[in-house]
Design a protein around this ligand. Structure first.
Ligand code: NAD
Length: 442
């Protein structure tokens, strides 16, 4: 399944996605003062879980049944927001845990959205474009009024893209004529009301979060990414854009990978060349002047920054002791298990958490939604600079709170919380506070 680790994982680790998100929540809620027990239960659970099953006619005239999920975790700050992933192994449990993550992510970067996530069980590599379009339309129509510009707003995620978002918009628009439906989905093609800078947002955000963190001088000899050796797992929307963004700032990209394997170059590779090669060959594996490595080997490379940008649970109890990077930057959602977090912290390796590092995507999605309300289109620099400011502000908030724990202004209860825990503390406090400010109905 999507969030299952590689074969190297420890069999003793509980990798159930719900259990993992509860563990992370429990670690954080320990530091949140005055959180009422009932409120804790409310924040842990999704508001609404939708499961849809539907038939689709395939190109060969056969009929295949598909299952999809859409989970809305929280709407305290506004409509729920979150990507839709297409993957053969995606489960409802994955989608619930990812929807929760979106709530904390939006709260951390101060965006007026709650969290949601969607999943559709299918293997896009085995489907034609026409089949994908029919599946997407039917999934959207099954969800019908569960989605909406003021209700729940999807975006791309694993194996979905701008084209998928255009089909979702079109289907929703046909079912809801007479309204401005553009804000129903983000990550659309530019000519359909998409935002400049959205495609690059998550990868760029990874760079901005890393740069801001390095400026705090916690990593000896590295206050900027220039010259740092970076290994990136996953070479899709997030990984490939991040590789280019880091490369442009003078970082050395020593390894990248995709589902078919990885490539390594001691002297550093050119991400643009890797993109061209992947576009032609369907994989980065085999690119000239590189050595082929496995995804597992990539994670354990001698490097300064390890940037997972593919699936969940890639850094786990089975390999955390072998990670050699001094900094882990989570481009993917949930790439590190709770046990691995403890191991890495014990080894002095900082992990910049997903809800901070990859929040650039949802931030520019929010800007797309804002632009769509008034049918305006801002330029690339405007959206990117606004997003940079949001990521920097969130990083500063997390770092300042971390320092408050370090100098004893806040009690560590004998265990110093890591950056993930602190980011979650801030997000949970904000959502809990807003819930009480609104007043619990009735
Ligand atoms: P994508 O589908 O564009 O790319 C995924 C990449 O991962 C591809 O290169 C694929 O080959 C690779 N991959 C798949 N299975 C793999 C495996 N077993 N080992 C190594 N690589 C593998 O997806 P994306 O949008 O880049 O998303 C990547 C991650 O980032 C996901 O965890 C997603 O939830 C997260 N994320 C994405 C966004 C966004 O805006 N796209 C925002 C926030 C978080």
């Amino acid at each position: 399944m999507v969030n299952k680790p590689t074969e190297m994982a420890s069999t003793e680790e509980n990798l159930d996605p719900i259990a993992i998100s509860e563990e992370q929540f429990n670690r954080a809620s320990y530091y949140v003062k005055g959180l009422k027990r009932g409120l804790v239960e409310f924040l842990k659970k999704p508001k609404r879980v939708n499961i849809v099953n539907f038939p689709v006619e395939m190109d060969d005239d056969s009929v295949q049944s598909f299952q999809g999920f859409r989970v809305q975790h929280n709407r305290v700050f506004g409509p729920s927001k979150g990507g839709i992933r297409y993957h053969p192994d995606v489960t409802m449990e994955d989608v619930i845990s990812l929807a929760k993550l979106m709530t904390w992510k939006c709260a951390l970067v101060n965006i007026p959205f709650g969290g949601a996530k969607g999943g559709l069980v299918c293997d896009t590599k085995k489907l034609s474009e026409k089949e994908l379009r029919r599946i997407t339309r039917r999934y959207t129509s099954e969800l019908f009024d569960e989605l909406g510009p003021q209700q729940d707003i999807p975006a791309p995620d694993l194996y979905t893209n701008e084209q998928t978002m255009a089909w979702i918009f079109d289907t929703y628009d046909i079912l809801h004529p007479g309204f401005n439906n553009r804000p129903v989905v983000t990550g659309k093609p530019i000519e359909m009301g998409g935002s400049f800078g959205r495609y690059e947002a998550t990868g760029n955000g990874c760079l901005f979060a890393t740069q801001r963190f390095l400026s705090k001088a916690l990593i000896p000899d590295h206050q900027d990414v220039a010259g740092m050796r970076v290994a990136i797992q996953g070479f899709g929307d997030v990984g490939a854009v991040a590789a280019n963004a880091f490369h442009r700032q003078g970082a050395k990209i020593i390894a990248v990978s995709d589902s078919k394997g990885g490539i390594y170059s001691e002297t550093g590779l050119n991400p643009e060349e890797a993109e061209r090669f992947k576009a032609e060959q369907g994989t980065v594996v085999g690119m000239a002047d590189t050595m082929t490595i496995t995804n597992e080997e990539l994670l354990e490379l001698e490097c300064d920054i390890l940037l997972p940008a593919a699936l969940g649970n890639q850094i786990h109890a089975g390999n955390a002791t072998n990670i050699k990077a001094s900094l882990v930057v989570e481009g993917a959602n949930n790439p590190t298990t709770p046990l691995a977090d403890r191991i890495l912290q014990g080894r002095g390796i900082h992990v910049l958490p997903d809800i901070l590092v990859n929040a650039g995507g949802v931030t520019v999605s929010y800007y797309e939604w804002v632009q769509n309300q008034v049918n305006e289109q801002w330029d690339y620099d405007t959206t990117t600079e606004k997003m940079r400011a949001k990521i920097h502000a969130a990083m500063d908030t997390v770092f300042n709170r971390w320092q408050a724990f370090m100098v004893g202004e806040e009690s560590t209860h004998d265990h110093m919380p890591d950056f993930r825990t602190i980011a979650l503390v801030i997000a949970i406090e904000r959502v809990a506070h807003a819930t009480l400010l609104r007043g619990i109905w009735p």
